[in-house]
Design a protein around this ligand. Structure first.
Ligand code: NIG
Ligand code: FE
Length: 441
């Protein structure tokens, strides 16, 4: 049993569990002040506050326990009562503010090469679909990934993951979808698995075979969708490479019939289903997503009135991707308005080589507040516990409640959620503790 006590925390945000945040309408409650928390084997065991009034004039530290893992109250009381004996390894965070590490539920992090030239094309006036017609877009990444060795792909991707972790990301999802042939998709998903081992953080690997129609099936999207759902999906799942599935539902890509067939195939295998919906056009996907019981619906930049009416607390969680709107110049998803309908909201980076190559969660936070209508505190909930819910991990990631994985970061004393919005992309984490970055005590 490896125990570690973190103390000297001026404000601890994100100390409640998923149900509590849902009851609060998707918002985090007030932070715990003068806080401490105990970590056991990488998992939060208890959180609490120092009782400074009781402490005055005495040398002992009186403490309150705020929450504790079931059945462990007596043990934790003993540990905390004897804390001055120094038996428990500890870190004094010296007045820092603590928030849970970010959870990124939507990335295409494993890719090969570079597509920054597409930015120049778009700046010269080309649209996303014109870029694709001129040899750019998803199929350009497909050519580059197929030509890349697994080792090279791992190297590039690990460098990207390390950059994200330095920015405070402690849990994420990675989609395939730049292979679009069985072996190249398997290669991508194996890299996602290896990244998780290297970094020591959970990575959900999502099979996005229905990202675009590959050259081998040009003009035959239905034949391609059938192979993906009936052949590749069960095979990759048998290999233990798939945690979830996704599809790009858009004019010129895949339609709602493909979504339905994919969902049925995935659900037979016990896999959760996500979908890229309403990025450029509304084709009625929100209603279908709800009927099919999807885990998440991602993008939602372009919403019809009918789509909006289908939103609500009991449908799939909505994943907003404001960096994609920034790069492509498309509308920002109206997340604040959606929240008012009771819709559960998460935020992701959409990190990919074409439409969102940054991945910076601090910028996502700022844009979600300034341009999507989420107040800074709700945006933080959407990037932590609600983002974990968009991956089905609401009981293990995105919070510092007992039983959750200890993944967090420190900021300077005085930090508030609005400070992140003011910083607009500045990395305000003074130190990140997640995965291999967590001290092994
Ligand atoms: O989420 N919309 C489809 N897929 C990605 C873009 C992928 C790419 O351009 O490579 C997205 O924006
Ligand atoms: Fe995406």
């Amino acid at each position: 049993m490896a125990l570690h006590l973190y103390h000297g925390i001026s404000a601890l945000w994100g100390h409640e569990d998923y149900q509590a945040v849902c009851r609060q309408g998707g918002q985090l409650g007030d932070p715990l002040e003068d806080a401490w928390f105990l970590v056991e084997d990488g998992m939060v065991l208890a959180t609490g506050k120092w009782d400074l009034k009781a402490d005055a004039g005495s040398k002992s530290h009186a403490f309150h326990m705020h929450s504790v893992r079931e059945g462990r109250q007596v043990e934790v009381t003993q540990i905390m009562s004897g804390w001055q004996d120094g038996h428990c390894p500890r870190t004094d965070l010296e007045g820092a503010v603590v928030i849970p590490a970010f959870v990124d539920p939507h990335t295409h992090l494993v890719w090969a090469g570079d597509r920054s030239n597409e930015l120049a094309m778009r700046l010269a006036g080309a649209t996303y679909s014109q870029v694709a017609e001129r040899g750019g877009g998803i199929l350009s990444s497909v050519r580059q990934l197929r030509a890349s060795s697994e080792e090279a792909l791992m190297g590039e991707s690990l460098a990207r993951l390390q950059r994200l972790m330095a920015l405070g990301v402690g849990t994420l999802e990675i989609k395939s979808g730049y292979g679009l042939e069985l072996e190249a998709e398997a290669k991508t998903l194996r890299v996602a698995r290896s990244l998780s081992q290297w970094a020591g953080i959970p990575i959900q690997s999502t099979f996005l075979g229905l990202h675009a129609v590959p050259p081998e099936f040009q003009g035959k999207p239905k034949a391609y969708a059938k192979v993906v759902v009936e052949d590749w999906l069960p095979r990759l799942t048998d290999l233990g490479l798939v945690d979830a599935v996704d599809i790009f539902c858009e004019l010129g890509y895949f339609d709602l019939e493909d979504l339905e067939n994919l969902a049925l195939g995935a659900q037979r295998l016990g896999l959760p289903v996500k979908a890229h919906l309403n990025q450029f056009h509304s084709i009625g996907g929100v209603k279908v997503a709800k009927r099919l019981g999807l885990l998440s619906m991602d993008h939602l930049e372009v919403l019809s009135e009918d789509d909006e009416c289908s939103l609500g607390p009991d449908g799939p969680i909505a994943v907003g991707l404001p960096l994609c709107s920034l790069y492509l110049g498309i509308p920002y998803a109206p997340l604040g308005r959606m929240l008012q309908r009771g819709q559960r909201i998460a935020l992701g980076s959409d990190l990919n080589p074409g439409s969102a190559p940054s991945g910076n969660p601090w910028l996502t936070w700022g844009l979600a507040s300034l341009n999507c209508g989420l107040d800074p505190r709700t945006a933080l909930a959407s990037m932590t516990i609600m983002a974990a819910a968009a991956m089905g991990m609401q009981d293990s990631a995105g919070s510092l409640y007992p039983g959750y994985r200890a993944a967090f970061m420190t900021m300077s004393h005085g930090f508030q959620p609005a400070t992140a919005v003011a910083g607009m992309g500045l990395n305000l984490a003074t130190k990140v503790y997640a995965g291999n970055l967590l001290p092994q005590s």
